[in-house]
Design a binder for this molecule. Sequence first.
Ligand code: SAM
Length: 247
Amino acid sequence: MRIDVLTIFPDYLAPLELSLVGKARQSGLLDLAVHDLRAWTTDRHRTVDDTPFGGGAGMVMRPDVWGTALDAVLGDDADDGGTVLLVPSPAGEVFTQRAAEELAGARRLVLACGRYEGIDARVAEHYASRPGVTVREVSIGDYVLNGGEVAALVVVEAVARLLPGVVGNPESLVEESHGAAGLLEYPVYTKPPAWRDLPVPEVLTSGHHAKVTRWRRDRALERTAARRPDLLERLAPEALDREDRRV
Ligand code: SAM
């Protein structure tokens, strides 16, 4: 997969050189580039923003600068299809694990990180009509950040770990929170078996695989009911077996 991130703060994206995403880039599983939006400005002050039409506080990012930058980054390659232009915005669709799974199937992602009061709305409108490009405005949660860079980090990490080969053991993706089961993950434990008077639940050291599986499923159900009842409500009735209903 190819990912391009456009921002006025390229240094903000430095963590993409670390950990699993960094390794995926080094091994060629992920081709990722960060671009400085100001490289496409034409004036002495490298201006990317201006005052909002209609008045009001703050500044808005100019569509002409974004247009030149996005045309250059998208290139002719976007005509081949499979490119998703992601515009982080607190007013966008909420970014979920389902969205991450969908995006992991894209050929290319381009992330346009806004600042100030955001990017002139004509930018999303224009690229939505470009063949081969899908535009998605995404929010990483119901709060307002200063810029799209943190959202870009979130989206890139959530998508990259779903690409084949990025996470060493793909089994670890199966039972995760927000996975196929639609539940939060059960609590996890490691050595030592007793720590500060807190023992590990006995069943986990019993060696009885069926009991461990049932225990984990029960804890996942309990946790989900306590913390995210909305997830349980969304489960299809057939997703719960007879034992589940007992919990
Ligand atoms: N005036 C905008 C509004 O009220 O919808 C908020 C602009 S915010 C200060 C500046 C930039 O931060 C946005 O253009 C977007 O790129 C990013 N941003 C802020 N909150 C975000 C969120 N919850 N999810 C994704 N991006 C966000």
